[in-house]
Design a protein. Structure first.
Length: 296
């Protein structure tokens, strides 16, 4: 249990669309199964009549050597249909406990070239997201993009070090040794008449942030999650943080960064295609090799 336009769609449009697709698929397979069963019964009755007619016309020696339909044919047909059904209905999500919002087709940029703030869609009343901060003191100008609690009374925090949000690769575990910040900076830029300082520098590879929040819909249960980002923080422009997706675990498990992301399309497609091909080949073989009574 992947939407592409906005966080709110992950909780509404995707489940409804998935349900409708599975409903149509189930109805289609049910109708096809009914048709096949009906054809099988008709074939069985006709074959029985033909066998009786042949027994009246042919000598005993020929009747004794006439092959009949194998009893395993119906069971084999059902198995092939089940294989095809399983391939089409193959799940695309890694875990039902992880709620993943995919923004890769339309990522959100928070910063000088994007929006000033972006809130993540979480259960309960927590207010969590990304935000641009600007302030000036005399001739010094400060700009930053922060992440974490945006307001309200519900607790939320981000793992960090030295006042910055900790940025790590995919598969990193939650580590209690790191500090927790309510709203640490992802990147800062400071400039005055004498110098310009940007920290950290830009990176095009995707990095992950680890966060936690209280879910008021589950009695203030503490949940854990991650966000996938990239950073543009060159000396010629204010910081820009781009968000590609985020996820959290509804059970309270301290999930690793990147857990719950949609599987690679190539691997999922190859598995489904292989199962469908095998099922189709088996069905053709079953139809070609089945023996019809009354025919030699």
């Amino acid at each position: 249990m992947v939407h592409r336009a906005g966080p709110w769609q992950a909780g509404i449009i995707r489940p409804v669309a998935s349900f409708l697709c599975l409903f149509v698929l189930d109805s289609t397979l049910y109708a096809a199964n009914i048709h096949l069963v009906s054809r099988f019964r008709t074939w069985k009755v006709d074959a029985h009549k033909q066998t009786i007619d042949n027994e009246k016309k042919l000598p005993i020696s020929h009747i004794m050597n006439t092959p009949v339909a194998r009893k395993s044919d119906p069971a084999k047909l059902v198995s092939l249909l089940a294989l095809a059904t399983g391939a089409v209905a193959m799940p695309q999500s890694a875990s039902a406990d992880i709620i993943y919002t995919d923004l890769t087709s339309s990522p959100v940029t928070v910063g000088a070239n994007g929006v000033n703030s972006f809130s993540l869609s979480f259960p309960g009343q927590v207010q969590f997201g990304f935000q641009v901060k600007r302030r000036s003191t005399g001739f010094t100008y400060y700009r930053s993009v922060v992440v974490g609690k945006l307001g309200g009374a519900v607790a939320a925090s981000v793992q960090g070090v030295g006042g910055f949000a900790l940025q790590r690769g995919k598969g990193a575990s939650w580590n209690n040794a790191y500090l927790l910040y309510n709203k640490p900076a992802i990147a800062k830029a400071t400039s005055d008449l004498a110098f310009t300082n940007h920290n950290p520098g830009s990176y095009t590879t995707h990095e992950y942030l680890s966060f936690s929040f209280r879910d008021t819909a589950q009695g203030n249960a503490q949940l854990y999650g991650w966000a996938e980002i990239s950073l543009s923080n060159s000396t010629s422009v204010d910081p820009n943080v781009t968000l590609y997706g985020y996820a959290y675990d509804t059970t309270g498990a301290q999930i690793v960064t990147g857990a719950g992301e949609v599987p690679e399309p190539s691997s999922a497609a190859l598995l489904a295609l292989g199962a469908l091909t095998f099922g189709a080949k088996g069905l053709r073989s079953w139809r070609r090799n089945r023996v019809v009574p009354g025919k030699s």
